[in-house]
Design a protein around this ligand. Structure first.
Ligand SMILES: Cc1cc2nc3c(=O)[nH]c(=O)nc-3n(C[C@H](O)[C@H](O)[C@H](O)COP(=O)(O)O)c2cc1C
Length: 447
């Protein structure tokens, strides 16, 4: 290892932004530039998070249960991983590997220059039940995290606390002991600067494409309406020629008919009549206290029947993909073809279910909670699907390629398409590739 410890400049403990202003500015940010932090800024931040606050060298800027101070901040920088030693005000060399992106299940975080991993030494949390240990270390992590949030605001940085982290993988990669547990990761950096070069070009190209698509979509304008089905009033939009073959598109968790506008316009321009309902309790519909995939699938079935759509193609993304599978399983032969993007058969299939669960619990809404309780589809049940299916995922998404392949393999007549290098939505949201692949699939089946 040719890394050496880094001596940090003394942290600035006076002046700066007022606490009230920092509180007003504090927020979670999910967009970063890769610009590195100056050492002075990093020193100020780490001190605020978990430095020693009093001259006696016993008390820290954040409290800890019984003052056990069991937390260590692992600071991941492009140069490698360090631990923050508040006493000597140094970053102690830990590992000369850039592990920043290993902590990220969400794309936005991979760009940030600093990931601060909050690691608890649970062996120090003695005299507690296992549940008590968990409560203690997570509460302690919360205080540090809030300090980091406020310090970031005061330093003109942006940050987000992340529980959605593949914790066991990162613990392994860091070579931690069994007793050392990751509680949170704090992503820190600067807000993105005005972009230049290729990324700006890509952004502009995507903007121009989408604008042109929308403008050309005006030739097949959107109409909207509501309809009462299965005891729910659903809002929906329609595009495409009146006599076009019907296609229904179902959006994902928390989305709306707008989520798949790109595909709606692509399909409408190709001559299909495209219907996009807002799933129950979402989009323009009234929120509900409880959600189930089976209800949404049944709503879609009733929607098709109520509008008299003759054997439509039904496509869905994420939750919408699950609904499509459930719909055709419950009512085989309803659809001519189905397309499911980023669908899953059970919640535990994702890469880091515990991280995902923590994130969902933190959201706490009935709609989000559904994702950790449902669905429960046995692969063998997919044999009920009576029409050809196109099943897709991104190679870098939470729903693994292996799981998506399991879905495709369990449907009697199906095709699998993995979008290389893509995440859950990057090939769908404002991107023409998914729509093109759908059009190919429809054409190949003479639809
Ligand atoms: C314990 C905890 C875990 C969190 N995990 C994540 C996460 O994994 N990913 C993420 O994008 N945001 C995460 N957040 C950020 C919250 O989503 C955010 O605090 C919340 O939406 C409120 O927004 P605000 O911080 O801007 O007030 C987490 C926050 C906390 C406190």
């Amino acid at each position: 290892m040719n890394m050496t410890d880094i001596i940090l400049p003394a942290p600035r403990k006076e002046g700066g932004m007022s606490l009230r202003e920092a509180l007003s500015k504090r927020c979670s940010t999910r967009s970063y530039s890769s610009r590195p932090l100056p050492l002075q800024t990093l020193s100020n931040l780490l001190w605020a998070g978990w430095g020693f606050s009093h001259a006696n060298g016993k008390l820290r800027t954040a409290p800890s249960s019984h003052n056990r101070q069991e937390m260590t901040l692992f600071v991941m920088l492009p140069e490698g991983v360090y631990t923050y030693d508040a006493k000597s005000n140094k970053l102690l060399a830990w590992m000369d590997k850039d592990l920043r992106s290993s902590t990220c299940m969400q794309e936005y975080a991979t760009v940030a220059p600093v990931q601060i991993v909050l690691v608890s030494e649970t062996a120090k949390v003695t005299g507690k039940t296992p549940q008590g240990v968990i409560e203690s270390i997570y509460a302690n992590a919360g205080y540090i995290s809030e300090n980091l949030y406020l310090a970031a605001a005061a330093e003109g940085l942006v940050t987000v606390a992340r529980a959605m982290v593949p914790k066991e993988d990162v613990e392994r990669a860091l070579g931690l002991a069994q007793t050392q547990k990751i509680t949170l990761v704090q992503t820190v950096g600067y807000a993105p600067e005005p972009e230049a070069g290729i990324s700006l070009f890509r952004k502009m190209a995507s903007y121009i494409y989408f604008t042109l698509l929308r403008v050309s979509g005006w030739r097949c304008p959107e109409t909207t309406d509501t309809i009462e089905v299965n005891g729910q009033r659903l809002f929906y939009s329609v595009r495409g020629p009146m006599n076009g073959k019907p296609v229904v598109l179902m959006h994902g968790n928390g989305g709306s008919h707008k989520s798949m506008t790109t595909q709606q316009i692509q399909l409408a321009k190709a001559g299909y009549r495209v219907y996009c309902p807002d799933s129950r309790g979402q989009g323009a519909n009234k929120p509900l206290e409880e959600y189930h995939y089976a209800d949404m699938a049944e709503d879609c079935y009733c929607f098709i029947k109520a509008l008299g759509l003759e054997k439509p193609v039904v496509g869905g993304w994420s939750d919408g993909g699950i609904n499509v599978l459930l719909l055709e399983m419950a009512h085989p032969g309803t659809c001519s073809l189905i397309v499911a993007a980023g669908a899953n058969l059970y919640p535990e299939c994702c890469d880091d279910f515990e991280g995902f669960k923590a994130w969902v619990l933190e959201q706490g809404t009935p709609l989000a909670l559904m994702m950790i309780h449902e669905p429960h589809i046995e692969p063998s049940e997919l044999s009920a699907i009576a029409c050809p299916a196109l099943i897709t995922c991104g190679s870098k998404e939470m729903i693994t390629v292996a799981h998506t392949k399991l879905i495709a393999d369990s449907i009697p007549d199906s095709e699998l398409e993995v979008f290389e290098g893509d995440n859950h939505g990057s090939y769908i949201k404002r991107d023409p590739r998914f729509g093109r692949r759908m059009l190919e699939f429809l054409a190949s089946h003479g639809y």
